[in-house]
Design a protein around this ligand. Structure first.
Ligand code: FAD
Length: 644
């Protein structure tokens, strides 16, 4: 039976408890954004900006791979055909294997190429501008699939067994999602029961497992039905009881080998447990800290391609007497695009190199990059379609058939949209960051907000924790010098850093004011919290952009002044947004909108849905064969699952 038929009752409090239990509570290394939320503008954590090596400075081994990969994309990959056929051609997958692309992130001692994060992400950026399907294949395999959790948490035996296989091109996948488990893992139904031999027996069904129809190896999250704790296992797709039930198809990423996979009494050796029992969610989340960097880096590639498309098209296409790019409405879109692309690359390169250095805790920076870059790139893709006009909406095959250049903006739009949903949706990224924004306050004042604590406990904590902390912390969030001549060494960009510095303290004050005004209800004030997160992300992008421009100047790079120009316009736009976000914190329609939404959900405004073929009617009466009598489309495999 499909899990969709089950209903699990999980309260909001239980869901939060599970999320809280799997959250990394310690901050062992510094984080720019964590400090920002506390009101400390720690520019020293990202400045001097680590400029990535130029082509000439790169490791020759990596440059050789990059060139070969680029050549392979040009000569062997027909992305239009992959999109049209909805399949990965065998020669492409084999070609990637031969290049070693499935082992980019795997250390050399286990047969991989041993790339740094930055090197790997350079490939993801390149791929992001070419082919979303291949990006997903390689990224699901090594950003979140078997190699990443094994590298971080696997026993030596597991690494020796599986990493060389992954590097050689056995494809892996990550299986967390279930019918009822999207953003909320507390509802996980797949079970892992330990038998008398110490092995585990897996039962359940996973949904939307990318690479699932062609995977040889899977990371599967399953829970002990007694203790309810979730663990992570390496499961081989060829094992008895593992079945691909359905190949899922989507609006974009049409070749995605995405599956519903069932597990029926699958015997998993005890040694295939990754890390400790019960730590599965923590492993999944930690895997995503670094793994999450692939999407924002790929987004930079997509944004760069859009910029190129729009630059060329807007200068060539003449309407109303001049190139469309010289009409102000289009010109502004192009300016936004250039400035955002620069800022996106600044934060993605920064967070990637922070991950490489090992000196920082990058969980917030990676989440910020994922949220910010996917949102901005979606806007950029949308504006690119607008600028290309009708040609933006036309398929590449149709354009080519008419003799026009086949530029695939519509394919990009279809392929790109999912980036705001998977690997932590936009909303979940905001929640994740908001939780960390209030972390220190919960540590100091949590008991005051906790209805389960007695008056006595609250009073003790008030005297022993709150008074000593806030007596100095809060006043100091009002003072500090964020004006001239601070940051003078940054020349014409100094003013932007002063703004960021002043508004970092303002951000921390607003977090605190939110706690005071809303108390325990703050956790439900998502509009308020999300605005604070948005402010933090803007300040982060400003600081990274300015610091990068300065580093380029100091290195006397030819692009230094061009970078300063983009930085200036980006920061001006960011400052307007920050001011607007702060204004909206306390002057908004949040309550009215929430109440209206509740009434919509209650059915009060069903009258607004009249005049259309409503959902039930269209399913039953219009296309009963296609919509109700669903025959699952099987994976087109004439091979045992797990081989390719
Ligand atoms: C093409 C594709 C590939 C995928 N690949 C994989 C994979 O390889 N492995 C895997 O395990 N999963 C995979 N997924 C699953 C993906 O990660 C989930 O779709 C994602 O986690 C969101 O879950 P959901 O779709 O069930 O949305 P839901 O969790 O049902 O959420 C619905 C909406 O509500 C929002 N929302 C949810 N909770 C909250 C909250 N507390 N506050 C505010 N808003 C909230 C969400 O952001 C979303 O907008 C894939 C999905 C797709 C479509």
């Amino acid at each position: 039976m499909s899990q969709g038929a089950h209903k699990v009752k999980v309260s909001e409090a239980e869901a939060m408890e599970v999320a809280e239990a799997s959250r990394e509570k310690q901050w062992r290394k510094p984080s720019f954004l964590r400090e920002l939320f506390l009101g400390n503008f720690r520019l020293d954590l990202l400045h001097p900006y680590p400029l990535p090596p130029t082509e000439e400075e790169e490791r020759p081994e990596f440059r050789a791979f990059y060139n070969a990969f680029e050549e392979f994309l040009r000569n062997e990959v027909d992305s239009v055909e992959i999109d049209h056929s909805g399949e990965y051609p065998d020669h492409v997958v084999d070609g990637l294997r031969k290049l070693g692309a499935f082992g980019m992130k795997i250390p050399k001692e286990y047969g991989g190429l041993g790339f740094s994060q930055l090197e790997y992400q350079r490939i993801m950026q390149l791929l992001g501008a070419v082919d979303g399907n291949l990006s997903a294949l390689l990224s699901a395999h090594q950003s979140i699939g078997v190699p990443q959790p094994l590298k971080l948490f696997g026993s030596e035996a597991l690494k020796k067994e599986y990493l060389p296989r992954c590097a050689a091109g056995e494809i892996s996948a990550f299986a967390l999602t279930e019918s009822q488990v999207g953003s909320d893992p507390a509802r996980l139904l797949t079970t892992a029961v330990q038998n008398e031999d110490g092995d585990y027996v897996l039962n359940g069904e996973k949904l939307w497992c990318t690479n699932g129809t062609i995977a040889d190896l899977l990371v599967v999250m399953a829970r002990d039905p007694e203790t309810k704790k979730i663990s992570a296992f390496v499961v081989e797709a060829a094992w008895e009881g593992v079945h691909v039930e359905h190949r899922c198809r989507f609006m974009g990423l049409r070749a995605l080998a995405n599956a519903v996979i069932s597990f029926k009494d699958v015997k998993v050796p005890a040694g295939n447990l990754i890390g400790e029992e019960g730590k599965g969610l923590k492993i999944a989340l930690t895997t995503l800290n670094d793994g999450r960097l692939s999407i924002p880096n790929g987004s930079v590639g997509a944004a760069k391609l859009c910029l190129e498309i729009c630059r060329k098209w807007s200068s060539e296409r003449v309407q109303w007497g001049k190139p469309v790019g010289k009409h102000e409405a289009i010109a502004h879109k192009i300016a936004d695009m250039a400035a955002y692309t620069y800022a996106m690359e600044s934060i993605a390169d920064l967070a990637t190199q922070m991950a490489d250095s090992g000196r920082f805790d990058i969980r917030l920076e990676a989440a910020a990059c994922k949220e910010w870059n996917t949102f901005r790139t979606w806007q950029i893709v949308d504006e690119t379609m607008q600028i290309r006009g009708g040609r933006g909406y036309e398929t590449e095959r149709s354009l080519a058939a008419r003799g026009e250049e086949p530029i695939g903006v519509e394919r990009m739009m279809r392929d790109y949209r999912i980036n705001k949903i998977f690997e932590g949706s936009t909303e979940i990224m905001h929640l994740f960051m908001a939780r960390e924004a209030v972390d220190k306050h919960l540590e100091v004042a949590g008991s005051i907000l906790d209805p389960r604590k007695s008056m006595e406990e609250k009073a003790t904590d008030f005297v022993q924790k709150m008074v000593p902390f806030y007596a100095t912390w809060y006043p100091s969030r009002w003072f500090g010098w964020g004006h001239y001549p601070r940051y003078q060494e940054f020349g014409d960009l100094a003013g932007h850093l002063r703004f960021a510095e002043r508004n970092t303290r303002r951000l921390a004050r607003q977090v605190f004011h939110g706690m005071v005004v809303y108390g325990p209800k703050l956790q439900n004030k998502q509009a308020f919290l999300f605005r604070l997160v948005d402010v933090a992300n803007e300040l982060f992008a400003m600081a990274a952009s300015v610091s990068r421009a300065q580093a380029l100047r100091q290195a006397r790079r030819p692009e230094a002044e061009k970078a300063a120009e983009l930085t200036d316009v980006f920061c001006r736009m960011a400052r307007r947004r920050v001011r607007g976000l702060f204004r909206d914190l306390w002057s908004n329609d949040d309550v009215r909108k929430y109440q209206l939404a509740l009434r919509v959900l209650d059915g009060r405004h069903v009258w607004m849905e009249r005049g259309i073929l409503n959902l039930d009617a269209s399913a039953r009466e219009i296309k009963p064969d296609r919509m109700l009598d669903r025959k699952p489309e099987r994976a087109p495999v004439d091979r045992p699952v797990g081989t390719h």
